[in-house]
Design a protein around this ligand. Structure first.
Ligand SMILES: Cc1cc2nc3c(=O)[nH]c(=O)nc-3n(C[C@H](O)[C@H](O)[C@H](O)COP(=O)(O)O)c2cc1C
Ligand code: SF4
Ligand code: SF4
Length: 255
């Protein structure tokens, strides 16, 4: 069973590739469950493992996904794998995923680090389409290797952790959530056509349509779905996103 959270499609693509390699293992959308506040117990299918596919947010699994996992009952004794997509690296995410597994009585199967195109347009530049295509193609062998390890029931190889990794996933993650993850910089331009997609795709129901325009509430996880999925590029985040390419996963034509 695969549980996937994805803001802009990278993790969903990886989940689909894993599903194909793992005999069509079913994919459950964490975006939908979180949006519906559905914390009903997850039933085991035939697999004895569960694979969480998600983006790295500040060098750990996204906090809202961690909260979902804590609140939800899972069958005991499952082996849990964490397949994390990222723009550069996942830091020491494995330490926190392992501790979550202890809490949930999962057997920790390890964290995989899959480098995909950067999507965090509220903070960084995102790669051009040709560069994104290259990054996705380069990720393919690792996606295949990860699927083989999971299929064989083995543990994913864990990376060596540097002092900087400890800091990034530790104190920097805390600071990031406290000071950076806010929706107040979002605003909408006149080019908005009131289609409502930004509200629809927000996994936290943090976007409402009022007088035909989106407004943002206080609970945001910076997944970048609203700003990157707007068909008119009518959403900005402060000044940093002006004239910047939006990122949404697109399969390279020759893949
Ligand atoms: C809020 C936020 C935090 C991020 N933090 C990291 C990070 O710590 N390390 C990293 O390499 N990439 C980071 N990224 C980039 C994403 O992890 C990466 O682009 C991912 O593949 C996006 O997946 P998605 O398209 O499934 O949402 C971050 C992106 C966002 C939006
Ligand atoms: S997705 Fe874009 S065009 Fe549609 S309502 Fe939201 S801001 Fe307006
Ligand atoms: S408001 Fe936008 S960035 Fe924030 S959680 Fe919702 S969709 Fe994601």
């Amino acid at each position: 069973m695969i549980l996937c959270f994805s803001g802009t499609g990278n993790s969903l693509f990886v989940a689909e590739k894993l599903s194909q390699a793992l005999a069509q293992s079913s994919i459950i959308s964490l975006n939908e469950l979180i949006k519906l506040e559905n914390y009903n117990p997850i039933q085991a299918d035939d697999d004895r493992y569960i694979v969480f596919v998600l983006p790295a947010y500040s060098w750990r699994i996204p906090r809202i996904v961690e909260e979902y996992i804590v609140k939800t009952d899972f069958p005991e004794g499952l082996k849990a794998y964490f397949v994390m997509t990222c723009g550069s690296d996942i830091g020491n995410a494995q330490k926190y995923a392992e501790s979550l597994c202890r809490k949930k009585k999962f057997i920790f199967g390890g964290c995989a680090e899959i480098k995909m195109p950067e999507n965090y347009i509220a903070m960084f530049p995102v790669p051009s389409k040709p560069k994104s295509d290259l990054i996705v193609k380069e990720a393919m062998p690792q996606i295949v290797r990860t699927a083989e390890i999971i299929k064989a029931g083995k543990d994913l190889e864990q990376k060596a952790i540097s002092l900087f990794d400890l800091l990034k996933s530790g104190i920097i993650n805390e600071i990031f959530y406290r000071f950076c993850v806010k929706a107040k910089e979002f605003y909408v331009k006149d080019t908005c056509i009131s289609c409502g997609l930004c509200a629809e795709v927000c996994p936290l129901n943090n976007v409402a349509i009022s007088q035909n325009k989106p407004i943002w509430g206080d609970s945001c996880t910076h997944c970048m779905a609203c700003i990157c999925r707007c068909p008119k590029e009518a959403i900005e985040y402060g000044r940093i996103t002006k004239k910047k390419r939006r990122y949404l996963f697109q399969k390279p034509a020759d893949l």
